[in-house]
Design a protein around this ligand. Sequence first.
Ligand SMILES: *Cc1c(COP(=O)(O)O)cnc(C)c1O
Length: 290
Amino acid sequence: MFTDLYSPLQQLRHARLSQLWIKRDDLIDPYISGNKWRKLKYILEDASTKGKNHLVTFGGAYSNHLVATAAAASRSGLKATAFVRGEQVNNEMLVLCSLYGMELIFTDRETYKDKTACYTAYAEKHADTYFIDEGGASAEAVRGCAEIITELPGDTAHLFCAAGTGTTAAGLLQGIQKAGLTAKLHVIPVLKGGEFIRDEIAQYVPVTDQLVLHTDYHFGGYAKTKPDLLKFIRDFTAAHGILIDPVYTAKLFFAIYDLAEKNYFREGEKIIALHTGGLLGIMGMKDKLI
Ligand SMILES: *Cc1c(COP(=O)(O)O)cnc(C)c1O
């Protein structure tokens, strides 16, 4: 592969939790945001096995997945095209996609809904295309995320991650089951009505009581924030020197801190938070953050 994966496990100081650790997938690469690399790894392998040299994918204008795919494609010598949801816009994320040579096709919301139709029409006119779903959701992505478990200590009691589509969570649960660990997987959906994540996960792996959903930390919905979340981001970053993003990882850490406050954990239990990255977009939210 074009890049060696390195993701340290780092302890976090916390007044109530003596064993709080953070799996720094955010450090894997600045542009291939942590879990997006985990997801793309076997997708790229599959594309290559099938002799496809042109990735075609989907996402919103602030998608970490699009930047990750653009960067990974260019480093692997592949072409990349993205159907971008909504009218033409410009932002720092799309600039990166563009610099990495990704073709951007802005697509109105109605047309975008039928991704298969978008892809089929495009594939008819271009050779050797390879379909990648929005956010990279796929069995290959689940397999890539499951590997994270092999890099974690066997005595982990609680593993936490944020969820958008639930693909990363499905991989973590798969990895936990494969390794026969007793760890609980705690998932923080960043969207409102996060119960749907259970069904998403169940598409890939049998859901057991090892899965715990915490659906009350969405702060109003996807990419929505509240003053206490923004304050949490500032305090956390200043205290630890670790950036977190308002969309995913801030909600994740807020949840852990809140549960600790409510004495959810037993003394000495090993708790690991997966930092999935997602830091590229934060400058686009600067007006909210300061
Ligand atoms: C995309 C993303 C997620 C969500 O992952 P899913 O597999 O869709 O649940 C979480 N964190 C960050 C930083 C992301 O970019």
